[in-house]
Write a protein that binds this ligand. Structure first.
Ligand code: NAP
Ligand code: HSE
Length: 430
């Protein structure tokens, strides 16, 4: 081995990501020594159940006692790969207070307590790195924190949850049932321990909060993000979308506007020819727009054992360079400002909706009138089918204030000719 200095580390967690990191660190041992001039050794691995067989991590490294790690002065880097808020938050704070560098993949924690933890890291002169917390193998955190800082970013959007993208791909392309697709995503190691986080859009919302905070240098937390998941989508929605030349994706989007930050996650109809429509399976893609850089797009695996491990180990190498050059904790946290976050009702969207209406003259004119009176413009309206005196109307609106759209839906729902409104999904574009 080339290095004569050894940097010792501990893993917190030996699940999908922990096993991937252990495996990759072992595979890269010589390369790490060549790149940094030091050996990287994982001494301890914290888990809940030390009796459980692990795919890659040797049993003799397992412990369920945090004290063995925090009190071991040899350990310089703690890799938090457990997830959840507690005890991860306490362990990270204790690690930073004892001068240990921290790498984490924990978006749940950073999207709620990021500002506090980055402050803690700075005060203790430590690194707190988190590339794996957003979009798996795509180095988007580094891009936002470093390469794009002169770009005057105004928008970040994309597909940032691998599980839901995998589920929607299987439902769209193979006609697979939702539950079966979710089961497969879990088996493949994409889903969170509680997949509600994925399918309700919370995981994507947390990633959006983190990206908005870095891109706009303002602390955005998960509770401020509007989230709508994929659980209410039906096979019929997917079929209708296809008929109109769209695919449905779970999209996260954040914009810096004059009156605050817009940040939301929801299903969206994406035109089939748009690059995001081709982002399939567990792949993620992030678009950024900046006044200086114009448009840029990054794509890669957003979840899974080895793609996530690659992001974690990228951070480890960075931290090792910092340890060896005595420059840990030198990068200033970007969470200093507190710009207002806009309510979703104060943002603009285009909508697709299906209305079942009694098929009689003037019904469409009535509906158009109500939408028009509420400042909801119609870009496209098609009567699809008529059976037993009930017609299916499909409407695509122009860009409208969400509060105006919601007002018009409330009025439409009260009309006697309307039998039901369904499939309300936002549409890409202005
Ligand atoms: P996982 O498979 O459920 O593994 C979690 C590990 O943490 C398990 O080994 C578990 O121990 C251990 N653990 C949990 N709570 C603990 C506690 N209180 N004390 C000690 N050990 C504890 O989760 P994962 O998929 O690897 O995800 C880990 C983190 O990476 C999460 O923050 C997740 O959001 C993030 N992440 C995951 C992916 C992905 O594709 N899976 C991608 C990017 C980021 P036992 O095994 O003994 O139960
Ligand atoms: N559950 C997450 C996803 C893991 O599916 O994207 C990666 O953050």
């Amino acid at each position: 081995m080339e290095g004569n200095r050894t940097i010792h580390a501990a893993l917190l967690g030996a699940g999908t990501v922990g096993n991937g990191v252990y495996k990759l660190a072992a595979q890269m041992r010589e390369e790490i020594a060549q790149r940094t001039g030091a050996d990287f050794v994982i001494d301890r691995v914290l888990v809940r159940d030390v009796t459980k067989e692990r795919e890659d991590v040797p049993r003799e490294l397992l412990t369920d006692d945090w004290r063995e790690i925090i009190e071991d002065e040899k350990i310089e880097i703690v890799l938090e790969l457990m997830g959840g808020i507690e005890p991860a938050r306490t362990y990270i704070r204790e690690a930073l207070r004892t001068g240990k560098q921290v790498v984490t993949a924990n978006k749940d924690l950073l999207a709620e307590h990021g500002a506090e933890l980055f402050r803690e890291a700075q005060e203790n002169g430590c690194d707190l790195q988190f590339e794996a917390a957003v979009a798996g193998a795509i180095p988007i955190v580094r891009m936002l924190k470093k390469s794009l800082t002169a770009s005057q970013l105004t928008e970040v959007m994309g597909i940032v949850n691998g599980t839901t993208n995998y589920i929607l791909t299987r439902m769209t392309e193979d006609g697979m049932d939702y539950q079966e697709a979710l089961r497969m995503a879990t088996e493949l190691g994409y889903a969170e321990p509680d997949p509600t986080s994925d399918v309700e859009g919370y995981d994507a919302g947390r990633k959006l909060a983190i990206m908005a905070s870095i891109a706009f240098q303002s602390n955005v937390t998960f509770p401020q993000v509007y989230t709508e998941g994929i659980t209410k989508l039906t096979a019929e929605d997917i079929r209708y979308a296809k008929e109109f030349g769209y695919v449905i994706k779970l999209i996260g989007m954040t914009r810096l506007e004059e009156d605050g930050i817009e940040v939301k996650v929801h299903p969206m109809l994406i035109p089939e020819q748009h690059p995001l429509a081709a982002v399939r399976d567990s792949f993620n893609a992030v678009f950024v727009h900046g006044l200086a850089c114009d448009d840029a797009m990054f794509m890669g695996r957003g979840a899974g054992k080895m793609p996530t491990a690659s992001a974690v180990m990228g951070d480890v190498l960075d931290v090792m360079h910092h340890i060896l050059s005595a420059s840990c904790g030198k990068v200033k946290s970007s969470y200093d400002r507190q710009l207002p976050v806009k309510a979703v009702s104060e943002t603009k969207s285009r909508f697709f909706l299906r209305i079942r209406v009694t098929d009689r003259p003037g019904a469409l004119a009535n509906i158009a009138g109500i939408l028009g009176n509420n400042d909801v413009s119609i870009a496209q309206a098609v009567q699809k089918r008529s059976r037993d005196g009930v017609a299916d109307l499909v409407i695509i609106t122009g860009p409208v204030w969400e509060r105006h759209f919601n007002d018009s839906i409330r009025i439409l729902e009260g009309m006697s000719v309307i039998r039901g409104i369904s499939g309300i999904i936002r549409v890409y574009g202005n």
